[in-house]
Design a protein around this ligand. Sequence first.
Ligand SMILES: CC(C)(COP(=O)(O)OP(=O)(O)OC[C@H]1O[C@@H](n2cnc3c(N)ncnc32)[C@H](O)[C@@H]1OP(=O)(O)O)[C@@H](O)C(=O)NCCC(=O)NCCS
Length: 95
Amino acid sequence: MWMWDGEFCGSIGFRWQPGTTELPSYCLGHVGYSVVPWKRGRGYATRALQLLLPHAREERLAHIGVTTYASNVASRRVIEANGGVVVERFYKPKE
Ligand SMILES: CC(C)(COP(=O)(O)OP(=O)(O)OC[C@H]1O[C@@H](n2cnc3c(N)ncnc32)[C@H](O)[C@@H]1OP(=O)(O)O)[C@@H](O)C(=O)NCCC(=O)NCCS
């Protein structure tokens, strides 16, 4: 889905499989998002994740997983602002 404030701001994607919270091993999370550099810091990613959560509830997912680099402070703040908690830390598998 696109983030839009009268023009394109970024996108947020929701990945899931019907009837389960499980994801294929190559998929590191249910949600991915990105905001264009010139529109960052306006709360758009935080709001986008907030608006996406009801869709996850509609799909009856028990939880959603969002993966980010520990060094990605902005993304961590987006997750935490939406009630996210750290479940595990791991090294990204080599591709
Ligand atoms: C991560 C990203 C989506 C955040 O988008 P955004 O719209 O700027 O985020 P918000 O405006 O909702 O800000 C979220 C929080 O991060 C903070 N933040 C924003 N940019 C920051 C930065 N460069 N350094 C530290 N904190 C930052 C904000 O202050 C806010 O914190 P607060 O709630 O405590 O005030 C954006 O930086 C981005 O597109 N990064 C590249 C792609 C990426 O990393 N995607 C996530 C992959 S998991």
